[in-house]
Design a protein around this ligand. Structure first.
Ligand code: NAD
Length: 329
């Protein structure tokens, strides 16, 4: 099994190389550039390609993969909204993913963003470096005994519920399929969760139903001075409406690991570029907004699990023993 791993970083190489010794029949070639119509031909002669969360796996790219005989796409991530699944199904290209590698890694980052923006850590870090020890502008709120509203209580949302519970928060949630293991969580309608939460965190996938679920109408329902966190997918939030909401002082703080138009930014060093979109710059202009670059997954434990499950997916494909839950259909 020969795999071309696109968009390879040093941490990908480290974690896959460590794991490869346990998979003697598998060979991985690392390619720093990401897959696109221009680079898909590099996969000729490989059995599979390995791609990541923002890789272009649109219909034309899937068609091109099919034409050069690549029948397997190994996603080293959970989300698959970047893949044209109907085209893959039509052409018999199998798409396997890593549905749960370390839900705690993402949930812990969601709480990191919530705490950092609430307690102005991003501001105090810079102030103290400049010998400014004034506390003016740094007042936060206690999360203890406040209400955490979790939207989507799958693997990551459940981990976030447990973290919030540990902070002594009342935890309410919205999901079409309540998680019976979370006996301390009170499930409510989406509107109720939006209205009652002091901390709101998104953990549902991006689908046609959830696209722009946070918009001017749902923002209007939220409590004034809410702390809002999105570590799920950027397009769950209509950014222009979020910016209006921030301007109208709806939010105490906003923490974003994902945001619309992040595609060109994610994992890239663009410090010498003049950016042609103002979304990131406008969001960063607000003192109560923290943005990280889709890094919620990035822990040692998560990387080890991602490489292990991805390589196991490759072996399972060859052996015809694909784990149903790992296949995107
Ligand atoms: P999961 O499939 O275990 O859980 C998703 C939950 O969302 C399910 O319980 C589902 O019923 C629920 N859901 C679906 N539609 C909903 C809706 N309209 N309203 C409310 N709930 C809804 O997924 P997971 O592993 O917990 O991951 C959640 C999301 O986190 C992924 O889809 C991905 O977008 C994101 N993610 C981000 C990172 C990162 O690094 N920032 C890493 C991994 C995953």
């Amino acid at each position: 099994m020969r795999i071309l791993l696109y968009d390879a970083t040093t941490y990908d190489k480290d974690s896959f190389d460590k794991e490869l010794k346990n998979y003697p029949g598998v060979e991985v070639t690392y390619q720093e550039i990401d897959i696109s119509l221009k680079t898909v031909s590099l996969a000729k002669g490989y059995d599979a390609i390995c791609a990541f969360v923002n890789s272009d796996l649109s219909a034309p790219v899937i068609e091109a993969l099919h034409e050069i005989g690549v029948k397997l796409v190994l996603l080293r991530c959970a989300g698959f909204n970047n893949v044209d699944i109907s085209k893959a199904n039509e052409l018999g290209v199998t798409v396997l993913r890593v549905p749960g590698y370390s839900p705690e890694a993402v949930a812990e980052h969601a709480m990191t963003l919530a705490l950092a923006v609430n307690r102005h850590v991003h501001k105090s870090y810079i102030k103290v470096r400049e010998n400014n020890f004034s506390l003016v502008g740094l007042t936060g709120v206690n999360f203890y005994q406040k209400t955490a509203g979790i939207i989507g209580t799958g693997k990551i949302g459940a981990a976030m519920c447990r973290i919030c519970h540990g902070f002594g928060m009342k935890v309410i949630a919205y999901d079409m399929y309540p998680n019976k293991d979370l006996e301390f969580v009170e499930y409510k309608s989406l509107d109720e969760v939006l209205r009652e939460s002091d901390l709101l965190s998104l953990h549902c996938p991006l689908t046609e139903d959830t696209y722009h679920m946070i918009n001017k109408d749902t923002i209007a329902m939220m409590k004034d001075r809410v702390v809002f966190v999105n570590t799920s997918r950027g397009a769950l939030v209509k950014t222009e409406d979020l910016i209006q909401g921030i301007r109208s002082k709806k939010f105490f703080g906003v923490g974003l690991d994902v945001y619309e138009e992040e595609g060109a930014n994610v994992f890239e060093n663009r410090e010498d570029e003049l950016l042609d979109s103002s979304v990131t710059a406008r969001l960063l202009s607000f003192p109560n907004v923290i943005i990280t670059s889709h890094q919620a997954f990035l822990t040692m434990e998560a990387l080890a699990a991602i490489s292990q499950i991805t390589l196991q997916n490759a072996i399972d494909y060859e052996n015809g023993t694909i784990a149903e839950v790992n296949q995107v259909k």
